[in-house]
Write a protein that binds this ligand. Structure first.
Ligand SMILES: O=c1ccn([C@@H]2O[C@H](COP(=O)(O)OP(=O)(O)O[C@H]3O[C@H](CO)[C@@H](O)[C@H](O)[C@H]3O)[C@@H](O)[C@H]2O)c(=O)[nH]1
Ligand SMILES: [Mn+2]
Length: 459
């Protein structure tokens, strides 16, 4: 793989224009030392083999065979592990000049095993990304078709008006409320401590209302009457048999959609795609397909981020980090996705089960990156919308950003929702070019459909 950002081709480019790379690639520090060290170990292994082969034991032949076999296996294993350690590269971003629109898809499927508060923490951490709100849209796909999840999202959209400005003001990391409220408030500065207490109270209020609604099995009468969205459940028979429910909870086009400090808010959409018993729904892949189509009619973001509902963003700058790769003028057009592998929270220092996946994340992924890119890991992945919609890669072609159609400006929300409901129907993919060519069958397209270079960024 070429050494993007540091090679000679790049320096020529620098001389010709004012082009500045958006990321740099650095070889691992001490790589020469490591190679020498590895070579010396390899020499040691060979000497052991030679010694063993030339010193066949007279007595105890069985033991000799056993030991030689073990040494051969160890040597072989050691050589194989070097493949992902030999050529490590690390990448850093430069986050200026980023202006693309981004659509975030959060998928949930079961209102019981994926509790509402967990899902809302995911959504809130996405809404609070450090990125211009008018270029950010968050879509919650609810395959459980639960009015309780819809209610929780409605509550979260209200809480977001306090949470987003709080995060920005105090540069909170990470931006999942639950993770933040777990910290020790005694360590905060006096001015933040006061805000911390009041926003925590708001959060607990929201949590209590959601848990109460769950307990009594229905949404509080007030909320029911307040929001037109609940009427969509009138024709709902079961989670496997219902019409599309699409609700734009925060309309980013509306200049009046503001947080408590008067700043614009990102768009927030609830989608429960149509489900019918006679049509197979294809799990997360089916949800992703519906989300791609629905979002193309609402925000049509250039870049799509998909996350499972059981993870939250750990770094509010991830969008800008990812864009630095996609927007690189020299090689950005060769990159189909940038991913942030999932990590676990609350690991103990001495955890024994390999859950921190240190070697995988800090060594082997970079090792594979050195050869052109690691494999796709499913969630936490930024993708170009056009690559998901069947754009073919041709060598040397530069990627052109098309501005999203602005025809929707001025169209009332209710009409917009009704018009695009159809693209989330369970029969949309039948006998249409979309169904034949585009259908995003979970993860497989990456392997079979693209010849892009894949890139991995771990922060
Ligand atoms: O009908 C369904 C079933 C699942 N999901 C969602 O899909 C996500 C992943 O499903 P899960 O059952 O949690 O699978 P995991 O094995 O935990 O997921 C890993 O493996 C999947 C398949 O490779 C990837 O898509 C995921 O991103 C990756 O985290 C979750 O957010 C679900 O809510 C739906 O939206 N609709
Ligand atoms: Mn999961």
């Amino acid at each position: 793989m070429d050494e993007r950002g540091t090679n000679t081709h790049h320096s020529q480019n620098m001389a010709n224009s004012s082009y500045a790379s958006l990321f740099e690639t650095k070889k691992a520090k001490g790589s020469l030392f490591y190679k020498l060290f590895a070579t010396s170990i390899f020499a040691g292994i060979i000497s052991i083999w030679v010694y063993r082969a030339t010193h066949v034991a007279e007595n105890g032949k069985l033991a000799w065979i056993g030991i030689f076999g073990a040494e051969l296996w160890f040597g072989l294993y050691w050589v194989v592990t070097q493949a992902v350690r030999w050529n490590r590269v690390y990448r850093n971003t430069f986050k200026e000049r980023l202006s693309q629109s981004v659509d975030i898809f959060v998928c949930t499927a079961d209102p019981v095993i994926e509790p509402q508060m967990m899902v809302m923490n995911t959504v809130l951490s996405m809404l609070a990304y450090d990125y211009p709100p008018e270029k950010l849209s968050v879509y919650l796909s609810d395959d459980g078709g639960s009015d309780l999840t819809f209610y929780a999202l409605l509550e979260a959209s209200g809480f977001a008006k306090h949470w987003i400005p709080y995060c920005k003001k105090f540069k909170i990391e990470p931006r999942s409320p639950e993770a933040h409220f777990g910290i020790d408030s005694d360590e905060l500065e006096a001015c933040q401590a006061q805000h911390f207490a009041s926003i925590k109270k708001l959060y607990e209020g929201m949590e209590n209302r959601i848990e109460l609604a769950k307990k009594i099995g229905k949404i509080s009468k007030n909320a029911l009457f307040e929001h037109r969205g609940f009427s969509k459940w009138d024709s709902f028979s079961s989670r496997g048999d219902h019409d599309t429910i699409l609700q734009i909870l925060i309309d980013g086009r509306d200049a009046e959609a503001k947080d408590v400090e008067g700043c614009r808010l990102p768009t927030l959409v609830y989608l429960a795609r149509e489900k019918r018993p006679q049509h197979f729904h294809n799990f997360k892949a089916g949800a992703m397909n519906a989300l791609i189509r629905v979002s193309s009619e609402i925000s049509n973001g250039h870049i799509i981020l998909n996350v499972d509902c059981d993870m939250y963003s750990n770094n509010s700058e991830s969008i800008r980090d990812a864009l630095c790769f996609f927007l690189d003028e020299e090689s950005g057009h060769e990159i189909a996705f940038v991913q942030f592998p999932q990590n676990f929270r609350n690991l103990t220092k001495n955890e024994l089960y390999g859950s921190s996946r240190r070697v995988y994340c800090n060594v082997e992924m970079h090792g594979l990156d050195g050869y052109g890119g690691p494999r796709y890991v499913g969630t936490g992945c930024f993708q170009r919308r056009d690559t998901l919609c069947g754009r073919k890669w041709t060598k040397g072609s530069m990627f052109e950003w098309k501005e999203s159609a602005i025809t929707r400006i001025g169209e009332p929300v209710v009409e917009l929702e009704e018009r695009i409901k159809e693209v989330a129907s369970c029969t949309f993919e039948k006998n249409t070019p979309w169904g034949k060519e585009v259908t995003y069958m979970l993860n497989l397209w990456i392997v079979f459909e693209t010849s892009y270079k894949f890139l991995c960024l771990i922060t």
